[in-house]
Design a protein around this ligand. Structure first.
Ligand code: URA
Length: 422
């Protein structure tokens, strides 16, 4: 087999054979196929697509590139959730302990933020002492004792995806349904969860901007789960507006703790409960009541146990930024639009995200929103507070926010978009 003929097949809109797929994924993982050759193939796939059978084989080859975990020894059923990525998407933080408090085990292998979307590990690392790397034995122990673990995947899990995702990120080949679906599902199937709930984001702050494309991505992933005996359901959820009132690592931890304490923004609570119900159903725990677990403090207890099990101090004060800048409303009226991409880019530029995967992030940087679409505002009122340790970044963040919100006359009718679209 030679890589040039594989690239040529896809460049010329052909179908990759099972043998070609198995070989190229394995040879790339071993370093026999070079990054520049895989970049060319990824771009050919981006432009010409893959059919269902090719995607299934590509996913299987990525799973086979590494180890598979096995949670069958646990006394609890396992359920996991994966979001395709959004702005202010801190849902994993309240969701994992909530579902654990209801009796399931949640083995969340999570990632770091890149570009305008935040990463769950970066958020949790804002908590003093918390560490993302666990051995398999530590993970099993915490899952049995506490019921939830959020950690970095070991290097042995779908190593083909690890290499390919980093390459796609720097070759403009991320937003491609066959590559996203195989990337997410290879990791989740190799992880060994007993059931999976997907939160497929749609809108300006998501990889999928249109409902039709998001639906196709969701159906492709649900089908891949079924192929591998992994019960998978998907919700399509709105990502035109940031979730909740914060985008940034420590800011989002603070908001998640508010949700676990029985408060927090209504959209974060609604989506957390909707995903929790799906996960508990999928895990066979249909009688569990996640709303009760939020109200009675048991989800908060699970959160504290989960953070402490990974070295974190759940009661320690969270870091705060050295500088803040308040953005005010230029006129009175009703806020009718607040663009997720604009807010995500602003948080990123303030230091909450990274431009290259080896860059550090600022724990305290980000955007705190004081109004959401539908809210009445008056001229001079604070719309958002920008947080950073490096005030020279304010100007770049303000550039990202320019044109990303609209204030209409006070009598303008406004209908809020639902969070869960389908
Ligand atoms: N998240 C992933 O894990 N992979 C992708 O390709 C996109 C989002």
């Amino acid at each position: 087999m030679d890589v040039i003929s594989v690239i040529r097949t896809k460049r010329d809109r052909g179908r990759l054979s099972d043998e070609q797929i198995d070989w190229v994924v394995d040879a790339y993982t071993r370093g026999e196929v070079a990054d520049e050759q895989m970049s060319a193939l990824a771009m050919a796939i981006f432009l010409n697509g893959m059919d269902r059978a090719e995607i299934a084989r590509w996913t299987a080859a990525m799973i086979a590139s590494g180890e598979r975990m096995d949670f069958s020894a646990l006394s609890r059923p396992t359920a996991d959730k994966h979001s395709t990525g959004g702005v202010g998407d801190k849902i994993t933080l309240p969701l994992a302990p909530l579902v654990a408090a209801c009796g399931a085990a949640v083995p969340q292998l999570s990632g770091r933020g890149l570009g305008h979307t935040g990463g769950t590990l970066d958020k949790l690392e804002a908590i003093p002492g918390w560490r993302a790397n666990l051995t398999n034995a530590e993970m099993m122990r915490t899952l049995e004792d506490v019921g939830a673990v959020v950690c970095a995947p070991g290097s042995g899990l779908a190593p083909a995806d690890k290499k390919l995702y980093a390459l796609r990120d720097v070759t403009a080949t991320v937003e491609c349904i066959p590559l996203i679906a195989s990337s997410i599902m290879s990791k989740k199937i190799a992880e060994g969860t007993g059931s999976l709930v997907l939160d497929v984001k749609v809108g300006s702050g998501a990889f999928m901007k249109e409902l039709g494309a998001a639906r196709e991505l969701a159906r492709t992933m649900v089908g891949l789960g079924a192929d591998h005996g992994l019960p998978t359901v998907a919700l399509l959820t709105d990502m035109n507006t940031p979730l909740g009132l914060t985008a940034g690592n420590a800011l989002e931890v603070r908001e998640s703790v508010e949700v676990l304490a029985g408060g927090g923004p209504a959209d974060v609570v609604e989506l957390t409960l909707a995903l929790a119900r799906e996960m508990l159903d999928a895990a066979g725990l249909k009688d569990a009541d996640p709303a009760k677990a939020l109200a009675d403090g048991s989800a908060m207890d699970a959160w504290r146990g989960m953070i402490a099990a990974q070295g974190g101090d759940p009661l320690a004060p969270l870091p705060t930024a050295r500088e803040t800048h308040v953005v005010t409303a230029a006129e009175s009226g009703v806020l009718t639009r607040l663009d997720a991409m604009g807010v995500g880019l602003a948080a990123w530029r303030l230091g909450a995200g990274r431009a290259r995967k080896e860059d550090p992030v600022q724990a305290a940087a980000g955007v705190e929103l004081h109004a959401k679409p539908g809210d009445s505002v008056f001229a001079g009122q604070a719309l958002m507070t920008l947080h950073t340790d490096t005030p020279e970044r304010f100007a770049y963040a303000l550039e990202a926010l320019a044109g990303s919100y609209d204030i209409a006359p006070a009598d303008t009718p406004f209908t809020a978009a639902p969070i869960v679209l389908e």
